[in-house]
Design a protein around this ligand. Structure first.
Ligand code: PEP
Length: 249
């Protein structure tokens, strides 16, 4: 099974979300063996859930962030229980835009992973190095450290996927080469095996960063990669589902 995950970020409006969800679900039906997950903005969750309701079971709903707290005086935050109540089964944790613009450090992300998994949500943990770190050849060291810190208190490899997204490749049109990413995915796998034993082998590994139909075949040629997390190209149903089409080869 391959994973195709759509991060819509802070784009669109009510009619756009509904139409995009419906069109994506309709086109994704052709790829029954694969799993599609849509991460719309929080305010779109109800509409997107309705649009997906009639769709095939290969479409799942996720949220772009989750609070580490259960409930209470945490203005603006959204809890794991609330997300489950809205039909979410997935949540993104540690997207580089949340790390950078919301100042979310690894220690907080570890608590978010725990809070989400304790409620049965599947966490897609995002890790990735900046351009400076890449140029200084620190990519492996940075992603392994992020992974270890963010999983410090997680006990649920069965509720985990890891998305490696080099920050310099997100929204830039630059895609890391197979030579760049292969050793990174090997290190991620080793870290997961060290932490979770044999169960670490079942954690799905995704690549993200300017993925499109014309680079998907090459990305999926890396053995360790089980899926992709897609930003820009997921805002059009055909460009998004075309990635799944390319990944069949
Ligand atoms: C992302 O934001 O997770 C992402 C991968 O974006 P893009 O595909 O636009 O680079």
């Amino acid at each position: 099974m391959k994973y195709f995950m759509a991060n819509w970020k802070m784009n669109g409006d009510r009619s756009f979300w509904y139409n995009l969800a419906e069109q994506t679900a309709e086109q994704a039906k052709k790829f029954k063996a694969d799993r599609f997950v849509i991460f719309p903005p929080f305010v779109a969750l109800a509409d997107v859930e309705n649009a997906l309701f009639e769709a095939d079971k290969n479409m799942f709903l996720g949220a772009q962030d989750v609070s580490d707290e259960e409930s209470g005086a945490f203005t603006s935050q959204v809890s794991a229980d609330m997300l489950k109540g809205m039909g979410c089964s997935y949540v993104l944790v540690g997207h580089s835009e949340c790390r950078e613009y919301l100042g979310q450090p690894d220690e907080l992300l570890a608590l978010k992973v725990k809070a989400a998994q304790e409620k049965g949500l599947k966490v897609v943990l995002c890790i990735g190095e900046t351009l400076d770190e890449y140029e200084n050849k620190e990519s492996i060291q940075v992603v392994v450290s992020q992974l270890e810190k963010c999983l410090e208190v997680s006990k649920s490899p069965e509720l985990l996927a890891v998305a490696y997204e080099p920050v310099w490749a997100i929204g830039t049109g630059k895609v890391a080469t197979v030579e760049d990413i292969k050793p990174i995915f090997e290190s991620i796998k080793k870290t997961l095996l060290d932490k979770f034993g044999a169960k670490g082998d079942n954690v799905a590994l995704l690549y993200g960063g300017s993925v499109k139909a014309d680079n998907a075949t090459e990305i999926f040629s890396v053995d360790e990669i089980n899926g992709v997390l897609v930003g820009g190209a997921s805002l059009d149903a055909t460009s998004f589902v075309d990635i799944a089409r390319s990944a069949q080869f």
